[in-house]
Design a protein around this ligand. Structure first.
Ligand code: LMR
Length: 404
């Protein structure tokens, strides 16, 4: 064992530990995508607090869930992402399993494709969520990881032509492609509906297996249905095979409870049944976690089953997305007021929890060491960490590092 080399992994959680050790009173945490209130404190959704109260959690049992998870939870999770029409029409064509949040769903689909299909390449966006590469490396050793251009640093926008160009020329029939359903992490930049449609047609023409990572439903627009548009649009192509990795960490604020689901949509032309895929997913899941955890799913399910709590949840989503968007505007206005060199419109126009600031690794380093402002080395800042009390300080520090 002494030959085991040290880990090179850094990532958001290592930086978070460093932030916790930092004793400077000015410190600002823009690291992890977890919602914070205007005092930079974790925030429990009102719907979640109320659900826990109604569930009388102190007297509940802690039994095993069935291997595929709670059937009630899965049914509701499916309706949330696909909508009533799709679920009513094609329920038999969708295999679903409760997972250990989004990471569990991503890991399970990677394992599944590695073991049960002839998929040779997984196409990941460049850039993407820092964990995607590790997930595919660990769970799908047979499948080669490839990257498609997604974002152009120079124009702070989607690199759409390049993305289509590379995928058209290099992706092979049967490859898998990973897409972020909304509020792309880390860039906060989503395709337009017209662009989504072009991507769907390309996937159809190339017969690509489409994997949607849906971790931010409700955070791009504040509306759950609108944020599911891309998933629902792709599902309308009856010959596309699609997986959706669904996380409720962010939109229910159940980060540590690991609530999520994986759905696999089969083709309807030709008609294929989901039953074998469903069974294989359950078998694979059994071998590495048995089944997903119960507590968070019970809370989520209670909200999904109760109209009053659902209304409360929607209001909570508006509260969270509204505060994030007001912080985006505040940061942008400050940078404008300071006449910070560069065009900062992307800071207010990007969606979801993150701002892909465009700051260099070196500038991020100075922000951390000199100003005690922490964000990922890629320049990704979690806007949730901005508050009315610190946004001016952050803008001034950015101004200082940019002007050197
Ligand atoms: C993030 O990107 O900050 C979050 O999704 C947390 C994580 O697991 O990396």
């Amino acid at each position: 064992l002494s030959a085991v080399p040290p880990s090179a992994a850094g990532g958001p959680f290592t930086l978070e530990a460093e932030f916790q050790r930092d004793l400077d009173p000015r410190k600002v945490n823009l690291i992890i995508g977890a919602y914070r209130d205007d005092w930079a404190r974790p925030w429990q959704l009102r719907a979640v607090a109320e659900a826990k109260k109604q569930l009388k959690v102190e007297s509940s049992f802690h039994e095993y869930l069935p291997l595929q998870g709670s059937s009630e939870f899965i049914k509701s999770a499916k309706r949330l992402i696909f909508g009533d029409n799709i679920v009513n029409e094609m329920s038999e064509s969708i295999a679903s399993i409760q997972t250990v949040s989004g990471t569990g769903a991503n890991s399970l689909i990677a394992k599944f494709l590695d073991k049960h299909t002839r998929c040779n390449n997984i196409w990941l966006p460049d850039p993407t969520w820092v964990n995607h590469k590790d997930i595919w490396e660990v769970n799908a050793p047979r499948i080669l990881m490839r990257c498609y251009p997604y974002y152009s640093d120079s124009i702070h926008a989607l690199d759409f032509d390049q993305m289509l160009h590379i995928l058209t020329n290099e992706a092979q029939q049967g490859d898998a492609i990973l897409l972020h359903a909304c509020a792309h992490n880390p860039t906060g930049q989503d395709p337009t509906e017209e662009q989504w449609n072009k991507i769907a047609r390309l996937c159809q023409a190339k017969k690509l297996f489409v994997i949607f990572d849906s971790a931010y439903q409700g955070f791009a627009s504040g509306d759950l249905d609108r944020d599911a548009w891309a998933v629902r649009h792709f599902t309308s192509f009856s010959d596309l095979e699609i997986a959706v990795c669904q996380s409720f960490s962010k939109n229910l604020g159940l980060y540590g409870e690991r609530v999520g689901a994986l759905h696999v949509v089969m083709t309807r032309s030709p008609h294929t049944t989901a039953i074998h895929v469903q069974d294989r997913l359950v078998d694979l899941h059994r071998a590495f976690v048995s089944m997903a955890p119960l507590f968070g799913c019970r809370v989520a399910n209670h909200i999904f089953q109760n109209q009053e709590l659902q209304d409360m949840w929607h209001a909570d989503l508006t509260t969270m997305s509204g505060r994030i968007s007001s912080m985006r505007n505040a940061l942008y206005s400050e940078l404008l007021r300071l006449r910070t060199p560069g065009d900062w419109a992307h800071a207010k126009n990007q969606v979801g929890m993150f701002s892909y600031t465009g700051l260099t690794k070196e500038e991020v380093e100075v922000l951390r060491t000199k100003y005690h402002i922490y964000m990922l080395p890629s320049g990704r800042a979690s806007v949730c960490g901005l508050t009315n009390a610190n946004v001016k300080y952050v803008a001034q520090a950015i101004h200082n590092v940019v002007t050197g």
